[in-house]
Design a protein around this ligand. Structure first.
Ligand SMILES: [Zn+2]
Length: 98
């Protein structure tokens, strides 16, 4: 029979609304980390952990692209992708001739 073993107990501290200027903001965590290190004895290690998410810098929606790597969310992202593509092609040609 499977038995689940619980170990490596640790704390995860989520900044509260009263603390946060922006919920989940990095600077809130840095402030709390500093306070923990100042006030709590016997701490081996305190880490700031985070989650990442790829979004479009223009429309802020989840980053999605088609099989060619072209973004699918908005025209501005497509324009940027076209611009970067056209810039990278001549530079590739330059490095090819070396
Ligand atoms: Zn977009």
């Amino acid at each position: 029979m499977k038995k689940r073993i619980y170990y490596d107990y640790r704390l995860t501290v989520w900044p509260g609304a009263w603390f946060s200027r922006i919920p989940g903001d990095k600077s809130d965590c840095e402030d709390i980390l500093e306070q923990i290190q100042r006030h709590v004895n016997g701490i081996k290690q305190v880490n700031i952990e985070f989650t990442t998410k790829d979004i479009c810098e223009f429309c802020k929606s989840k980053w999605e692209q088609d099989e060619n790597g072209q973004p699918v969310c908005c025209n501005k992202a497509v324009e940027e992708w076209d611009r970067l593509k056209s810039e990278s092609i001549p530079s590739l040609k330059v490095s090819d001739t070396k």
